[in-house]
Design a protein around this ligand. Sequence first.
Ligand SMILES: [Zn+2]
Length: 675
Amino acid sequence: MTNPLLQDFNTNYQTAPFSKINIKHFKPAFEKAIALAKTEIDFIVNNKAKPTFQNTLEELEFTGSKLDRISSIFFNLNSAETNDEIQKIAQEVSPMLSGFANDITLNEKLFQKIKSVYNQKDNLDLNNEQQMLLDKKYKAFVRNGANLNESDKIKLREIDKNLSKLSLQFGENVLAETNGFELVITDKKKLTGLPEGTIEAAKMLAKEKQVEGWVFTLDYPSYIPFMTYANDRDLREKISHAFGSRAFQNNENDNQKIVLQIVNLRHERANLLGYNSHAHYVLEERMAETPNKVTTFLNDLLVKAKPAAKKDFQKIIDLAKKDGIVKMQKWDSTYYAEKLKKDLFNLDDEQLKPYFKLENVINGVFTIAGKLYGLHFKEIFDIDKYHDEVKTYKVTDENDELIAVFYADFFPRKGKRNGAWMTSYKNQWRKDGENSRPHISIVCNFTKPTETKPSLLTFNEVTTLFHEFGHALHGMLANTTYPSLSGTHVYWDFVELPSQIFENWCYQKEALNLFAKHYKTGEVIPMELIKKIKDSSNFLEGMATMRQLSFGLLDMAWHGQNPKEINHVKDFEIKAFSDTQLFPDVKENCMSTAFSHIFQGGYSSGYYSYKWAEVLDADAFEAFQENGIFDKETAAKFKNNILSKGGTEKPMELYKNFRGKKPNANALLKRAGLI
Ligand SMILES: [Zn+2]
């Protein structure tokens, strides 16, 4: 029996052959591809010639390409279209993969070859990109124990295996807890306050689940509008409670033990490698460099944000008092914030949504990418996809050259995790004269169309789409030689610059005029509404900033010190939050047990990078404002120095090449109204 994953992809653009893939193909494909990659590495190791950059580093860079493709297909499915069977395979192959990765980084002979090239790096006449590759590969070995003795190497492998299992389990528990809750409403009165579209969607969901009435879940498109608009305070409390206590209920999905196991293993690992803490280990390869710089950065911003946050909080307390609410609670926050926003700006999502039909917004995104970077997007129907709802596009440049294949998957489904993200099915790289173009995807959980209405996005969903598309541009415009330095393969605290800067266009009249058109009348969004969007974009910014800082500080608390003495996840969290919390604590709730960013994904000791990147994006967008938001020259500079460069140079150098100077926090503080 042939396994389509192991054959060359003879599909259009060599895209993933989803229609031929059966779940059962994955495990044998992983096994075969790992074996193949091992052979490729053996070839390098057994080469009798003297180690050179080409026969060692470059050769190594292109090993395991089959394995990379299979992994990206599999793990993307595990995020966007998972089921029990896929999750079971993930549990089996994850330790296989980390075992294999360790086989490479603990391969003594290979390391000695790389080390010998590294030791003569100053005499090799390498270009920037080659130097970055050499540094990266060498460090990857050292940071993974190449200098450890045999018994410590074995210890490290054991830790990594456990960590990879634990973070998968963490994520599965959060997903199970998210899917495990539903709020069924049968009394129509309890729906008051909710927008018509939300009610309709809840009705559809009830139909799907074959129950009477209306169903609300913890998926964002259901949960967020409920928390924002439902007048029934008890029900808001109930659903907020469910959301906040995910994986913190002492049941089979509880993550408390897992959190403690993860932080302790991470710390042990860092110590083994000679670092004071996991954060020290992580930040060595970041623009921010040290835990101290990160906490100083966060605390400096906290000083600026806190007075504004307290003022904001008082405003919503005052408003809630008019409804007789004596003690402001977490589940009142979004609701009264929305009310206050309405009072101040008379602007709510429902007013804006008609101007943001999904199809119009995505076309707007394409138009803006065209104006800035000369890209064209054409929907295509001749490649496979993993679900009917996925849309596929061919992306070309001004010379009609292929730039990328682009997948877009917009709506929530049972097997999709929450949130929105960009990912890739294939990296860009150059080899033997060929520039092999990338396959990029964005996955979202936007408001679904109903029987009577198209998908109308909230403004928040609009900025989310721009954000993910900004990441996608980073991937699509990649133009490097080595795949591991291509596109979004940059330092973590630099990776959000392309995404966050793209959000800025959503606030500009010139950009909105291109796509923000009423879905019924075609009328362009009125100036008055644009002004309100702008004015309200800083609304409660003090509180929002403090919330982000609280997550960053919690992350640093978990990872910047020895966690050995921590016995209670919740107690520890309360302490870490003590400087940043405005609302009374809810003792049944816990953030850490569902904090997937840092315990499932790769954001440990990295949550601060959202704010860090905001400093960068505000400063960078100033260049566009100075020269015009569609200025071709500024766009070309941004593309040539940042978007296409990936990780081929240190981010600070790339940034200075674009901007002519280092970034500065003033642009952000000004934009956020904090100074
Ligand atoms: Zn992002």
